[in-house]
Design a protein around this ligand. Structure first.
Ligand SMILES: NC(=O)c1ccc[n+]([C@@H]2O[C@H](COP(=O)([O-])OP(=O)(O)OC[C@H]3O[C@@H](n4cnc5c(N)ncnc54)[C@H](OP(=O)(O)O)[C@@H]3O)[C@@H](O)[C@H]2O)c1
Length: 241
């Protein structure tokens, strides 16, 4: 029975979630792919199987407690969950004066509350085994507020503090909890297709490289127990910070 890696928050084939799925399938995991759009996650799973890897997609709303519990149950039935990555988190800018309460709450549900549901289930299955790696995807918004990003920064900041608390609570019990701050736009479909003018204005090396980000998750996953990092940031050489 091979070990499983769950990635929740997978969409476009050229996106961080899909890149992480391919990366950990390549290194021998059976990858359990969670996302809200069935066609997208099936396409990512098909791509991995086409390359000889093992992958199973399960439609999962990251904000639903029962769905996240079920995702872990299905993954454990395939093999023990050894790596869990929470990647969901759509950037949602909004003007504060006209912002609906539901908008703020939805943003928090995806980028923060879903991380709690996911982290709790990961800890529940990993703690009895005394091992496992749990990684969260952060953004520039994890570190600082910006105009028009009040909801997103509140959610990502909350996720970051949640990850820190988990690291301190579960590290001594053998669970490695990490948080990766992607400081800048990613060179994936979300920006290249969704905001081509922005991608073009950034020029070459203007967006963060997907495989370069995946290298960080790989590094965190492979760190020996006596040399763990909790948080690593990544940006292009062009990014001011
Ligand atoms: N893109 C960037 O420039 C950028 C920059 C910095 C940090 N980040 C962070 O990187 C992570 C990945 O972003 P990405 O843009 O590259 O996207 P991605 O990895 O391609 O996919 C993330 C996916 O999360 C999914 N998702 C959203 N709400 C969900 C929910 N309630 N339940 C399950 N899945 C849900 C979306 O699904 P659908 O496709 O079905 O909508 C989206 O495709 C996010 O945490 C984001 O905050 C992104």
């Amino acid at each position: 029975m091979s070990e499983t890696a769950i990635v929740l928050g997978v969409g476009a084939e050229k996106g961080l979630g899909a890149t992480l799925c391919r990366r950990f399938a390549k290194s021998g995991h059976h990858v359990v792919i969670g996302g809200r759009t069935p066609e997208k996650i099936e396409r990512v799973a098909d791509g991995i199987r086409g390359l000889g890897g093992a992958a199973t997609a399960f439609q999962t709303d990251a904000t639903s407690e029962s769905a996240v519990i079920e995702l872990f149950q299905k993954a454990e039935a395939i093999g023990p969950v050894d790596l869990a990555i929470y990647n969901a988190g759509n950037n949602m800018p909004g003007d504060l004066l006209t912002m609906e309460a539901e908008f703020f709450e939805l943003c928090w549900r995806i980028a923060c509350f879903g991380g709690f549901l996911f982290g709790r289930e990961a800890a529940r299955v990993m703690k009895p085994r005394g091992k496992g790696t749990l990684l969260f995807t952060g953004a520039s918004a994890s570190l600082r507020g910006k105009p028009f990003f009040s909801a997103f920064t509140a959610a990502k900041g909350g996720l970051r503090n949640f990850a820190q608390s988990m690291a301190r609570e579960f590290g001594p019990q053998g669970i490695h909890v990490g948080h990766v701050i992607v400081d800048g736009g990613i060179a994936g479909d979300r920006i290249e297709k969704g905001r081509p003018e922005f991608a073009e204005a950034r020029g070459s090396d203007g967006l963060v490289d997907l495989e370069g980000i995946a290298d960080i998750y790989d590094l965190l996953y492979h760190q020996p127990r006596a040399a763990w990092s909790h948080e690593i940031d990544v940006r292009t050489h062009k990014e001011a910070f």
